[in-house]
Ligand binder design. Structure first.
Ligand SMILES: Cc1cc2nc3c(=O)[nH]c(=O)nc-3n(C[C@H](O)[C@H](O)[C@H](O)COP(=O)(O)OP(=O)(O)OC[C@H]3O[C@@H](n4cnc5c(N)ncnc54)[C@H](O)[C@@H]3O)c2cc1C
Length: 409
């Protein structure tokens, strides 16, 4: 399938990973990102398992370890900041064979994008506004870049994917909201700092956590109970901040100081905690990957790794299908769907644990955390979720030698 062109919408995690592996498979990818530049800020993610394997195959594991964090403890505190529960995170690293790192999503995205540079055309500040599939190509209208045609189009444009909306009828997919909203922002110079510790404070139905980042920055993460959210009715930054002020107004611990810091934040990540369910991840010459296809939500703790895994498998299947993209799309989905659906079910079960809705629920959640801190119990409790059971296929890539591996050797 050498020289085939592929438009990839979205330069997050899945998009640049797909571009990298497609170019290794002999394709000519073009990346289009709506934002004017790579997104910065956001939140940190835990990274291990299959995602780590793919990062290693791209020669990136060392860089990710360098920019990442090695968290020692997850600590739950009460109104006065006293520790009420928590556990050491060494067991996660042990279960993952020492290949477990916490990294800013934006840093992972940057590293993946840098790796795909030179192998893919990249267009920032533009987006797909219309797709017209023909028998042998897809005619694409870009908001600013006019009309172009590609052999294939892949949506890697996240939870609110435009490619999904443009190419798939509403009855073919749904967004399942899990009843919470998540928000995150970072500031410089906040005190106190607890290096390599995730500190979390709860009241019924709401949680706020703090994590010390490099360069004297601190990340705050909020998860709070919320009713159904209309995805089309995006709030302004000021309105999002007002929601957080209202939700955490009676919060103790450092809540007043955190809300002061929020007022100074120029950016805020703010979204419902949702999953995407689809009847099929492709239609004709148009496919989806990552959150766009199957968002598992933050409570899976593995969405980025799954986005990378899916991108790797999709590129591999397209490369070996020799032009039969329908066959490649079908195999890609057959290999991953059951695995990803099990991650969605686990994430749904776990979603209430971040911010239990009642005082009793909160009490029991903290008891479970205390039990998990007993040596050996964490291994039993989390083992099944940490160890990936899926075997990554070994594809033969047309475009060897491996530039990334050489460069990082
Ligand atoms: C608070 C939080 C914590 C998380 N923790 C973890 C964790 O611990 N471990 C983990 O593995 N995962 C975690 N995740 C999930 C993980 O971040 C996502 O699953 C992952 O980023 C998905 O990658 P993606 O490339 O599919 O989408 P995204 O990373 O969302 O990237 C999509 C890209 O598409 C762009 N875009 C959007 N619309 C358009 C458009 N119309 N045209 C062009 N471009 C567009 C966006 O600007 C963005 O750059 C967490 C998520 C959240 C919210």
């Amino acid at each position: 399938m050498s020289g085939k062109t592929v438009l990839i919408s979205g330069i997050g995690i899945a998009g640049p990973t797909l571009a990298y592996w497609l170019s290794r498979g002999g394709f000519r990818p073009t990346l289009v990102e709506r934002a004017p530049a790579l997104r910065t800020g956001g939140y940190v993610i835990d990274f291990w398992g299959l995602g780590y394997d793919i990062a290693e195959r791209m020669g990136l594991a060392g860089d990710i370890e360098r920019v990442g964090y090695h968290v020692q403890e997850m600590r739950v505190v009460d109104d006065g900041g006293r520790r009420v529960a928590g556990f050491g995170t060494k067991v996660f690293r042990e279960l993952a064979g020492a290949r477990f790192v916490t990294v800013a999503r934006s840093e992972l995205s940057r590293l993946l994008f840098e790796e795909s540079k030179g192998t893919a055309e990249a267009v920032f500040g533009d987006e797909v506004v219309a797709l017209d599939e023909q028998p042998d190509q897809v005619d694409v209208t870009l908001r600013h870049g006019g009309q172009r045609s590609f052999d294939l189009v892949i949506g890697a444009d996240g939870l609110h994917s435009s490619v999904r909306r443009l190419a798939f009828e509403p009855r073919r997919w749904s967004e399942k909201q899990l009843g919470y909203t998540v928000a995150a922002f970072e500031v410089r110079g906040y005190r106190p700092r607890d290096e390599d510790r995730y500190v979390m404070y709860n009241q019924p139905g709401r949680m706020v956590g703090r994590f010390a980042l490099h360069d004297d920055r601190t990340l705050f993460l909020f998860v709070f109970e919320s009713g159904p959210v209309d995805p089309a009715a995006a709030l302004t930054l000021a309105a999002q901040k007002a929601v957080l002020h209202q939700t955490y107004a009676t919060g103790q611990w450092e809540c007043p100081r955190i809300l002061d810091a929020l007022d100074r934040a120029p950016e805020l990540y703010f979204d419902p905690v949702s999953q995407i369910r689809m009847a099929a991840w492709s239609r004709g010459r148009i496919g989806l990957v990552g959150d766009a296809a199957f968002c598992v939500s933050l409570t899976a703790g593995q969405g980025a790794a799954l986005a990378m895994t899916a991108a790797y498998v999709l590129a591999g299947e397209l490369a070996r299908a020799d032009g039969r993209h329908d066959q490649a799309f079908a195999l890609y989905e057959r290999l991953l769907r059951t695995y990803i659906e099990s991650k969605q079910r686990a994430a749904e079960r776990f979603s209430a644990a971040l911010a239990p809705r009642t005082p009793a629920g909160l009490f029991w959640r903290n008891q479970v955390i205390k039990i998990a801190a007993v040596p050996g119990v964490a291994r039993l409790t989390f083992g099944a979720d940490i160890i990936d059971r899926l075997q990554l296929p070994d594809y033969r890539w047309a475009a060897d030698p491996e530039p990334a591996l050489r460069r990082h050797a």
